[in-house]
Each structure stands twice: as C-alpha cells, then as structure tokens.
Write a protein that binds this ligand. Structure first.
Ligand code: B12
Ligand code: SF4
Ligand code: SF4
Length: 236
C-alpha cells in the first residue's frame, strides 16, 4: 500500500492539491463513513494575495479563490476515486460544499475537518477551522472515503494555538469562546455557530451584496496564515 499511497499523493499534488493525507477512521461510527475504514484528505491552499485582501470582511478576490478551490477539490476527488477504483477498491467522494448539512445544527455527519485531523493535516483552531502549519487556515478541504487499506498518517489530537487569541479578538460575531480544541471536544462547546452565521451573512451582504455566510476574517488574522502570506511575498 505504501507505493499506492505514494502514487496517489504525487498525482494529487501534481494536479494542484497543496496537502494530502490518509486517515484511519476507525474512531468514527461506521454509519457516518459509509462503512469505509479509510479516507484521503485533500487540502487546496487559497491564494495568499487574495487572502491578504480580507481585513474587515470578505472581498471579491477571496470569493474568486473560494470558487476556484471548490472546483479544484471536486476534480481532485474524481481523480482519487478513479485511481482507487482502478485498483479494485471502492471510493466515495464527498463534496467540498455545504451539500448534505442539517440547517438546524449546521452540521454534516462526517465533517471534512474530522477526516483532516485524522489524516494529520492540522489541528482545529479556536475559530473552529482546520489550521495547518504550511498554510494556516487558508485552505479548503475535501474527502474521499475508501475501503483500500491505506498507510495512514499520524492523527493530530491537540491544538497548537497555545495562548494566541487573534481570531477570538477579531471575530465580528464573537463566535469563538477562546477555549482550546482537543480531540473529542465538540464544536458547540467552544464555538457559537449561529453567531458566526449571523455575522458572516451580514458581512457578505454589506461587502459583496451576496446573501450567504461568507466572511473569512478568522482565516486572515491567524499567525499561521500570515506566515504563509509573507512566505509568498504578500503582506497583510
Ligand atoms: C456547516 C458549515 C459551516 C457553518 C458552521 C461552521 C462550523 N465550524 O461547523 C457556517 C455556515 C457557520 C460556516 C461558516 C464558515 N465556513 Co463552513 N462549513 C460547513 C460544513 C458544510 C460542515 C461543517 C460541519 O459539519 N460542522 C459540524 C461540526 C460538529 O464539525 P466541525 O466544526 O466541522 O469540526 C469539528 C470536528 O471536525 C471535530 N473533530 C476534529 N477532529 C476530530 C476527530 C474525531 C475522532 C472526532 C469525533 C471529531 C473531530 O472538531 C471540530 C471542531 O469541534 C463544512 C464542509 C464539510 N462538509 O465538512 C464547511 C467548512 C467547515 N467551512 C469552511 C469555511 C472556510 C467556512 C467560512 C470561513 C466561510 C467563508 N468562506 O467565509 C466560515 C468560517 C466559520 C468557522 N470559523 O468555522 C471550510 C473550513 C476550512 C478549514 N480551513 O477549516 C469547510 C471545511 C469547507 C471546505 N470544503 O473547506 N460553515
Ligand atoms: S467567519 Fe467571520 S464571523 Fe465566522 S468565526 Fe470567522 S471571523 Fe467570526
Ligand atoms: S488565530 Fe491564533 S487562536 Fe485562532 S486559530 Fe490561529 S493560532 Fe489559533
């Protein structure tokens, strides 16, 4: 399987993925993962210059990037599926968008972030986003479930946010409580999803005349994102 994982990773990175990891989902109930034990987690980094334009709300360059990343992730999911199925295993792609969420709880049964931490891509920040060492939280992610026995990565169980509270202080909706995540801590015990939804919608309507939850301030203020922006030669 080592060789297959290597080929899969190389092909996905060549086609535009920024990070690829392999998850063992045995900790998650079988019914939420379609009885597939393993998963490929893929992240696409958002353009650093576009993210650097977000200051007090969403911007057109961020919206363009968001759409581009979703399209790329959909294509990468198809590629991973065809490679895995070519080897005789099952593969189920999960959409990068809000498809299949319960609006009352704002949740899917198997969030991409759960798969991403299991695949070792990063931790969950105080703002409830996946934070990666390489790109901060400026990534969009998606998942392919499979029964192929992949060589899995070391999962991330703890936060690396430490005492930082920049996303907590910058959130216009006061959605993050400031508590540090660890595996097993449910989103709703450290993040008010409805406060985020209200504030993000208000920002999107005011800034872009766009009636959706679209904000991204928490992405742009994170020191890990800023490190990525600086590495790419932009400034915030
Ligand atoms: C519903 C939803 C929303 C809701 C709720 C957000 C939320 N945090 O849940 C609203 C509308 C508010 C929203 C807003 C935004 N969203 Co949104 N949203 C989703 C969606 C469709 C489902 C999320 C979900 O099911 N949440 C349920 C809760 C319980 O889980 P969770 O917060 O996702 O993650 C928890 C688990 O993963 C758990 N966990 C982690 N590891 C493990 C391991 C084990 C074993 C277990 C049991 C649990 C566990 O820890 C996390 C925190 O508790 C996902 C796409 C997807 N299909 O996953 C995108 C997604 C989370 N959104 C995303 C983004 C970027 C945004 C916005 C920035 C919007 C924007 N474009 O401006 C804001 C940011 C809000 C924020 N700070 O979180 C990205 C996040 C990327 C990243 N770096 O993390 C996602 C993943 C979409 C994508 N394809 O990339 N979103
Ligand atoms: S998307 Fe905006 S409103 Fe939601 S948590 Fe991030 S900064 Fe707060
Ligand atoms: S801004 Fe600070 S607290 Fe928030 S996710 Fe980034 S490192 Fe964590």
């Amino acid at each position: 399987m080592d060789e297959i994982c290597g080929k899969l990773k190389k092909s996905l990175l060549d086609k535009g993925a920024s990070l690829v990891g392999f998850a063992d989902l045995n900790e998650v109930p079988a019914d939420v993962r379609d009885s597939m034990r393993f998963a490929v987690s893929m992240a696409v980094a958002l353009d650093a210059a576009a993210i650097s334009t977000i200051r007090d709300g969403p911007t057109d360059p961020y919206y363009v990037e968001y759409r581009k990343a979703n399209a790329l992730l959909t294509g990468l999911g198809k590629l991973a599926c065809s490679m895995i199925e070519g080897l005789g295993y099952k593969a189920i792609p999960k959409k990068p968008t809000h498809a299949g969420i319960d609006p009352k709880t704002q949740s899917t049964v198997l969030p991409h972030k759960t798969v991403a931490t299991r695949a070792g891509l990063g931790w969950i920040g105080k703002c409830a986003l996946l934070v990666t060492e390489e790109y901060g939280s400026a990534v969009r992610i998606s998942t392919v479930l499979t029964d192929a026995p992949l060589e899995t990565s070391i999962p991330v169980d703890d936060s690396a946010c430490g005492d930082c509270a920049l996303c907590v202080e910058s959130c216009p909706g006061k959605a993050p409580s400031g508590k540090n995540w660890e595996v097993g801590l449910h989103r709703d015990s450290f993040f008010d999803v409805f406060a985020c939804e209200r504030a993000a919608r208000e920002r999107a309507v005011t800034k872009l005349d766009f009636d959706d939850t679209f904000c991204g301030i928490c992405i742009s203020v994170c020191p890990w994102t800023i490190k990525y922006i600086k590495r790419k030669g932009s400034s915030r």
